[in-house]
Structures are given as C-alpha cells and as structure tokens.
Design a protein around this ligand. Structure first.
Ligand SMILES: Cc1cc2nc3c(=O)[nH]c(=O)nc-3n(C[C@H](O)[C@H](O)[C@H](O)COP(=O)(O)OP(=O)(O)OC[C@H]3O[C@@H](n4cnc5c(N)ncnc54)[C@H](O)[C@@H]3O)c2cc1C
Length: 320
C-alpha cells in the first residue's frame, strides 16, 4: 500500500454487491490514475469471498470474513476499518453516501482525526489537494472543498461516478479480522424489504408522483388512472406515505427511494429539497402545481401551473 492509494469500502446488500460499489471503483480508478496509486477494495462480511470476482476491477481486494461482520452494524465495521486504514495509510477512503457509509465513515474520520466530506459529487486530484464538489443542504448548495490532509474520508453520492465495467485481476487477500470483534451497542435486528408483491419504483420507466396537492385519498384515483394509461406506477412525497395512502416503498426522496425513470410526473408536489434529492436525475420531469413559484418547477423540464384535478384526468383522456 502506498500513501497514494484509494481505498474503497465495498457494500453487499441482500447477497449481491451494491451498485454504489461499482461507482466507487470507477471513481477510485480515475483518482488513482491521478495520484499514481492503486485501487484497494475492502470487503467486510461473513461468507463474502464469493463476491471477489465482481470486485476484480480493483488492483487489490482485501476480504475480511468474520461472523461479527455478517450483517452490518457500526461497531465491528468501524473497528476493522480503523485498523485497516491505519495500517494501509491510503490517500483517500471512498464510501457510498448510503445507510452503511453514513453510519460508519464519519466515525472513522473521527477515530483517525481525518477530514470527512459528505455528499461528494466530483473529486479531482490537483497536486497535494483533493478538490471536491459536495452537494450540501439536500443538494440546494454546491460547496467547493479542498482537502490536503491524508487520508481523507469521502462519502460519494450515488450516481456521481460512472460505474466500472472492467473486470480485472485484483490480487485477493483474505485475512482474519485485524482486531478482535465484539457486538456493539447498536446491532442489526432485521432487514425490512418492500411489501411482497409491491413494485420496485427504482426500476420503473414512468412514475406518477403524488404530493399533498392531491388533498384527499379519494383523489388518488386520478393519479392511478394516469399512471395506468402510461404503463407506469405511482410514487409519492412523504406526506402521502405518512397519511398511509401508499406504502413506504413508494416514497421518493432523501428518506425514501432515489429514482431515475425516463419520465417523472409530479402532481401537487412542492419540490422540497428532501424530495428533489430523490428524483432530480429523472430523464424527463413534468410538474403540475397551482403555485407558479413552487420549487419543483426549478427541476422540471415541463411545468403546468394548474389544478392537478383538471390536468391529470385530461391527460389520461388524451392519452387514451
Ligand atoms: C429529514 C427529512 C427527510 C425527509 N425526507 C423526505 C423524502 O424522502 N421525501 C419527501 O417527499 N419528503 C421528505 N421530507 C419532507 C419534505 O421536507 C417536504 O415536507 C415534503 O416533500 C413535502 O411534500 P409535498 O410536496 O407533497 O407537500 P407540500 O410541500 O405541502 O406541497 C404541496 C404542493 O401541492 C400544490 N398544490 C396544492 N393543491 C394543488 C392542486 N389542486 N393542484 C396542483 N398542485 C396543488 C401546492 O402549491 C404545493 O406546492 C423530509 C423532511 C425531512 C426533515
């Protein structure tokens, strides 16, 4: 390991390497090209060596297999990473700005007295500096950050780097945990999966998202009919989920799903930063809102200032 290496924290979800990991490997490859170091992926878990081939785009892959790492919980992950990053001494550690990354990376930075930058969208190497663009305040503000300290701990927003499509010949180093692991105060209890039979909104081409502007549950049918004629599915902002009008699996945003459909139709959604964070990368965004000043129009490709209860049924009829 050299002080110019880029260390990637790999993530496995439901027995598959998570998409963010391939994005981190793609970004790490670019950074390592600029620093002259290697890409070192770290895979923590139990019975995870089978994923090594998927991570072969790294130059080195360190696999730490331990029962205490079977399901993510912060204390054992932190203990292993603190030891590994301490001994490997990379230039930067890349983790996803994901549930796991957000849980463990800030604590890692604190333990190592290393700078932590969250929500990184771009990272470049300029001499001794890492120059970073980070999306703060839920993406409303882009901060330009320069980091000279090494290692830096960077949390990368999903969708920021092109995922690596390479397969390589990573040297796989399977090791026992470098430290004795114990259950921490926070432990994994259970994975809550989408309700059986419910759709995965991240996989849909067309989403019709309903916001508080729908006003009452009876009105949901106008959105359902529009989604049906478009061959799409319903999604929603958080208040609709809080009302219990749709299951939590349909929530778009910071505390819901990140979606990138071909077409996203927002009906009566104001466009709060926490919502926009989950849908701004949709290919085509159409917003219907009675308020011409609604922030949703800042991210929409097409906007209709009108009552959704007039527009949605008219659109449905026209499409029929
Ligand atoms: C930590 C945190 C996490 C959060 N996570 C999420 C998240 O993941 N997802 C999320 O969505 N929110 C999230 N929120 C909530 C977020 O801040 C907003 O409160 C929420 O997105 C607002 O939902 P809305 O746009 O449906 O409602 P509102 O903001 O009330 O907007 C309703 C809109 O409907 C329009 N309208 C009213 N009547 C009509 C009509 N007849 N026709 C057309 N338009 C009409 C109004 O002009 C208004 O713009 C989070 C908040 C916090 C603090």
């Amino acid at each position: 390991m050299s002080a110019q290496d880029i260390l990637v924290l790999a993530e496995v979800n439901q027995d598959a390497v998570a998409d963010i990991t391939f994005e981190l490997l793609g970004g790490a490859r670019e950074l390592a090209g600029a620093t002259g170091g290697q890409v070192v992926a770290v895979l923590l878990g139990h019975d995870v060596a089978k994923h090594a081939e998927s991570l072969s785009a790294a130059d080195r892959l360190i696999v730490i297999d331990d029962e205490q790492l079977a399901d993510f919980s912060p204390a054992p992950y932190l203990a292993v990473l603190e030891s590994l990053v301490g001994s490997e001494g990379p230039r930067a550690v890349l983790a996803g700005s994901t549930t796991i990354g957000l849980d463990v990376a800030p604590m890692l930075g604190a333990k190592l007295n290393a700078p932590v930058v969250n929500a990184c969208q771009q990272v470049a190497v300029e001499g001794d500096l890492l120059k970073i663009t980070a999306a703060i305040c839920g993406g409303k503000v882009l901060a330009e950050v320069e980091v000279s300290a090494s290692p830096a701990v960077l949390l990368i927003l999903p969708g920021s780097f092109r995922p690596t499509e390479e397969t390589g010949a990573a040297t796989v180093e399977s090791r026992p945990s470098p430290v004795e692991l114990h259950r921490g105060a926070v432990t994994f209890e259970k994975m809550i999966l989408p309700a059986p039979g419910d759709v995965d909104i991240t996989q849909q081409d067309v989403l019709v998202a309903v916001g508080r502007g729908i006003q009452q549950e009876d009105n949901m049918k106008v959105a359902e009919e529009l989604a049906a004629v478009l061959g799409g599915e319903l999604a929603a902002s958080r208040p609709i989920i809080d009302q219990g009008w749709l299951p939590t699996t349909r929530q778009v945003g910071k505390s819901g799903m990140i979606v990138k459909p071909k077409c996203f139709i927002a009906l009566g959604v104001s466009g709060a930063p926490e919502h926009v964070e989950g849908m701004k990368d949709s290919e085509l965004i159409i917003a219907v809102n009675t308020d011409p000043g609604a922030p949703i129009f800042d991210v929409a490709d097409y906007g209709v200032v009108a009552d959704l209860l007039d527009v949605a049924p008219a659109l449905t009829e026209a499409i029929k």
